[in-house]
Design a protein around this ligand. Structure first.
Ligand SMILES: *Cc1c(COP(=O)(O)O)cnc(C)c1O
Length: 399
């Protein structure tokens, strides 16, 4: 039954012949629907409707339309998610919005497993606010014990981008709330990868990415969720006319829109937004529990095959699938060169400094046969030392 579902979803993507694509955790592949939609927005929307497209093609509402499709994937009620900006910018809005709700507290708590951009945003947001906040960064295993009543906001990424280690969102959110702490969850490696229920967890804010597991295309708009009880009170330190209560009144004084609408800033990038909108239709009829189940089967198979074939590689991800996201990472001192050799041989993953070879498992378009082919190719790269060439050691700007 689930085989049928994933055979159907695989046919919705345009993947190059002969390539095994294990990097949908960095950039999802092209859904045919997204190609057609972007072409139609260009031809009919931009080409013919021109400025009328904002009303006639529904462009002005796209951030909500797309937000509601993402809401379904992360357990958020309709009207609580907006698509737009990048994850970094959305995190700035979420963090300053959350801090505005906790004026008596000064600590932002995060962990060393967080993605660097999240920590940069926090460092600079604290400086920009100038209210004496402090960023406290602890080991991922010590987050729970570091939650106390000095903390204003707990800001975490659910799935570690390097190792795939999965935090317990429900438990940490509950612990945070019991100490009066607000939570911000970065779902970049969660949305579209595993079941997420921000509503059930009681998460206060969440942000995430449109171009990874949601397949929205390079630089696709990100998203932000604000818990309904909080939306009308949060006062983020970034605003623009699109988040005004009435943008087309052209009021010189900012009055924030209701709820999630105040998280809009400027004009949305319609072509990218349209691509993401169409890409999200791939999820129709797909149950995230089935995705998770299949992702675990694929990941377990990959670990088993690689460990049997490539003794030089060391598993960097948790061995227990219940605390691992939808990616598997291996350590190898020449990981960069090995990944380049693997890519040259038709299996695409990526590399994260200093020594991590990273592979994403995305059941929508990856099959068991792909996993075996990837492991076989990796075995060849390792046993024949195909990586040991100077051109594979030359680092590109993007790894
Ligand atoms: C990919 C990723 C980002 C990316 O942020 P952008 O602002 O969209 O470039 C942020 N946080 C995490 C955890 C990520 O994995």
């Amino acid at each position: 039954m689930t085989d049928d579902i994933f055979a159907r979803t695989r046919a919705l993507f345009e993947l190059p012949e002969g390539v095994v694509y294990l990097d949908g955790n960095s950039l999802g592949p092209l859904p045919s629907g997204a190609r057609q939609r972007v072409l139609s927005e260009i031809d009919i929307g931009w080409g013919e409707r021109l400025i009328r497209g904002w009303n006639e093609s529904g462009w002005i509402d796209l951030p909500d339309t797309v937000g509601n499709k993402i809401a379904r994937l992360i357990g958020a009620p309709p009207g609580t998610v907006i698509a737009g900006d990048s994850t970094s910018v959305n995190l700035f809005k979420a963090l300053t919005g959350a801090l505005s709700l906790k004026p008596e507290r000064r600590v932002v708590l995060s962990d060393t497993g967080n993605f660097p951009t999240d920590l940069y945003v926090a460092q600079v947001a604290i400086r920009a606010l100038g209210q004496g906040h402090e960023l406290k960064v602890v080991d991922p295993s010590r987050v729970a014990e570091a939650i106390d009543d000095s903390v204003a906001v707990l800001m975490l990424t659910e799935v570690d981008y390097g190792t795939g280690r999965l935090h317990d969102m429900n438990a940490l959110t509950a612990k945070a709330h019991s100490a009066g702490v607000l939570t911000i969850w970065d779902l970049c490696h969660s949305a579209g990868a595993l079941p997420v229920d921000v509503g059930a967890a009681g998460a206060d804010f969440a942000v995430g990415c449109g171009y990874k597991y949601l397949n929205g295309g390079p630089g696709a708009p990100a998203f932000i969720y604000v818990r309904p009880e909080t939306g009308d009170r949060a006062d983020p330190a970034l605003a623009g006319w699109m988040g005004h209560e009435a943008p087309f009144v052209f009021d010189p004084v900012y009055r924030p829109g209701a709820g999630i609408s105040r998280m809009r800033v400027g004009t949305p990038p319609i072509l990218s937004m349209a691509a993401l909108d169409a890409a999200l239709d791939v999820w129709e009829g797909v149950d995230m529990a089935d995705v998770r189940k299949r992702s675990i089967v694929l990941s377990e198979r990959f670990i088993k095959e690689v460990e049997a074939r490539c003794p030089e590689l060391e598993l960097a991800s948790p061995r227990d699938p219940s605390v691992r996201g939808s990616q598997v990472s291996f350590r190898f001192r020449e990981g960069y060169a090995a990944m380049q050799a693997l890519i040259a041989n038709g299996v695409i993953g990526d590399f994260r400094a200093p020594d991590i070879m990273r592979f994403g498992f995305t059941p929508l378009y990856i099959s068991g046969a792909d996993v075996v082919k990837a492991a076989q190719t990796l075995e060849r790269v390792m046993t024949e030392r195909l990586w040991d060439r100077s051109e594979y050691r030359m680092r590109s700007k993007v790894t």
